[in-house]
Design a protein around this ligand. Sequence first.
Ligand code: KIV
Length: 272
Amino acid sequence: MMAQEGPLGAGQLQAMKAGGEKIVVLTCYDASMTMHCEQAGVDVLLVGDSLGMVVQGHDSTLPVTMDDMIYHTRLVARARQRCLLATDMPYRSYLDQDQALQNARRLTEEGGADMVKLEGGGKIIDSIAHLTANGIRVCGHLGLLPQSVEELGGYKIQGREQDAATRMCEDALGLQQAGAEMIVLECIPAGLARRISESLQIPTIGIGAGVGCDGQVLVIYDLLGITPGKQPRFAKDFLAALSAGKGITAAIETYVTAVRKGAFPDDEHSFT
Ligand code: KIV
């Protein structure tokens, strides 16, 4: 577990990357889970709009509203002590720079988030620069963008074609230049994720992006085996792998240790 006092600042995130120390991120949607994550040594809690699927039962993240995100961010903020608290800006909440700033302020001021996450590169990079210029801490998100699932034609691996990979590398640099402090890379080939990670000063956080990222994130319901049905390749049930009698904190600790050692994700949970 990291012996840091308060939530990680931008300099500490970059220092962890520079020192080869992996950053452990988990999604979190309520106070009880926050306490387990704090105790298990997680670095960053992400109130993901994945809550639309795993908590609310929708088949995508698109129906999630600003009010939903503020509500869940507050639940996590109430129990959070040490972890950095990042929260997703939901679908259509950052259509232009002014709207992005207004909604990011609601998530930080009303919700209690330290940082907001926006999906995409290209056209939203200017909005991210506007947020950071106004003191909002930002996490980017490239690769599979669940809020664009309709345009992408489903939940599919991204960046296999050369031009898409090149665009992603350019977007990652653009996000760093705009002041983003870290970037989630979702469902992309492990080699591309490693290349992007090596080209940046800011850390990358992978989900289905291989072990070459500077940190990892999982949806906590996947880590605990709560999500029913077929699991994505990158998901791993860490609770099922424990011996009888061990509980939720132990499962999260196993994930924390595996990420810090570079043992998760292995090839079985990555894409080539
Ligand atoms: O919404 C979410 O949970 C996310 C993670 C999968 C990165 O964006």
